[in-house]
Design a protein around this ligand. Structure first.
Ligand code: ADP
Length: 349
């Protein structure tokens, strides 16, 4: 039995020509039943029908389908294309061709959507960036103009204006540092120099570094009871230091006066460690949680800027953790506090 699915154009033409020539031969038999006439009618009909049909198939259908595939796969005349045209294409049914085209179209649509998303992302980033740069620059400009316009001679304000200008310059520098860091992370330039170290030692180090800042708000640092036993991890120590600095610094910035920042360490399955930094500060509404790791996202712009935030700290943290092949998450409740947790590779003893 001939399977329509496996017919090449030649076979299809031959099959159709055969059917037509049989009909023609039968018809001729009624007019002139001689073997010669019937034979000639059969052969002639077969040949004419075969070449006509083959020509039509090749030129109007098969060639166009080949063109479609050339376009879809963007192939140049290569051996692979020849092989495809000779061996694979003839076996395809029209339904399969249409499936291939649909698959290709949806893949292109996805690519296009991705490009559009990236474009929107880029536009938003540029808008945010120019806004972030404008605020401190305009402030500095304002202070300098006021000083030049006479305030320089007024001893009651001149020092204060200069100090405020410096504060804004410092903010610009912090922003540029963070931008530098994030562009390095995003361009994939970051290399992970993994080493083995005790996570509690690093946490205590960071507590020391930030102790003066915590004192200002009388915030107490501690490692949760039961989590003090030293645990070794395999990670880039300096990058994880950066993660801890950003998270613990946030726990102070968004922490309450006389609050507490607690670090907890849990061994999940022998291979993975969960490190959590919790505070009892202002917390966040649930709707903000999925977005806090985005660049420049803040739950309260004014407050973040007032306390010197660049809006990039958590984006940097997420990049570093993901570059380690690990994950980060956040739980938070407004007026109760926040917990940021990230995983690390534990070293088996
Ligand atoms: P910022 O420089 O503004 O602190 P981050 O990327 O570090 O930028 O944080 C993004 C936003 O997430 C902050 O502006 C703040 O609204 C919120 N946030 C981060 N950490 C905390 C926290 N511990 N408690 C409450 N809100 C937080």
């Amino acid at each position: 039995m001939l399977k329509a699915k496996n017919l090449s154009p030649q076979k299809l033409a031959a099959f159709t020509a055969l059917v037509l020539s049989i009909v023609a031969a039968l018809g001729t038999m009624f007019i002139d039943p001689s073997f010669k006439t019937v034979g000639i009618a059969f052969v002639l009909t077969f040949l004419v029908a075969y070449y006509l049909y083959l020509y039509t198939l090749q030129n109007f259908i098969y060639r166009k389908i080949k063109l479609i595939y050339k376009f879809i796969y963007q192939t140049k005349a290569t051996k692979r294309e020849d092989f495809f045209n000779k061996n694979i294409l003839p076996l395809k049914t029209i339904e399969e061709v249409s499936e291939d085209v649909e698959k290709w179209a949806s893949q292109k649509k996805e690519e296009l959507d991705n490009l559009r998303r990236n474009e929107a992302f880029r536009k938003e980033f540029l808008m945010n960036l120019s806004h972030e740069l404008k605020t401190p620059i305009f402030a500095v400009q304002g202070y300098i103009h006021t000083l030049l316009d006479g305030a320089m001679e007024d001893p009651t304000v001149n020092r204060m204006f200069l100090k405020n200008a410096t504060k804004n310059i410092d903010r610009l520098c912090r922003l540029l540092d963070d931008l530098d860091e994030i562009s390095k992370l995003e361009s994939g330039e970051m290399t992970i120099n993994a080493e083995i170290f005790v996570i509690q030692d690093l946490i205590r180090d960071v507590f020391d570094t930030l102790s003066l800042k915590a004192k200002g708000k009388e915030i107490k640092f501690s490692i949760k009871k039961g989590c003090e036993a030293p645990v070794q991890v395999l990670a880039d120590k300096e990058k994880i230091r950066q993660v801890l600095i950003n998270l613990i610094d946030n726990s102070i910035k968004y922490g309450k006066q006389q609050g507490a920042t607690v670090a907890s360490i849990y061994n999940l399955d022998g291979k993975t460690l969960l490190v959590e930094i919790s505070d009892d500060g202002i917390g966040m509404q649930e709707e903000h949680l999925p977005r806090v790791f985005e660049r420049f996202y803040r739950t309260d712009r004014a407050r973040s800027r007032d306390i010197g935030g660049t809006g990039l700290g958590l984006a940097i943290v997420k990049h570093i953790i993901e570059a380690h092949g690990q994950t980060i998450n956040v739980r938070s409740k407004q007026e109760v506090g926040s917990t940021f947790g990230f995983t690390l590779e534990a070293v088996r003893e």
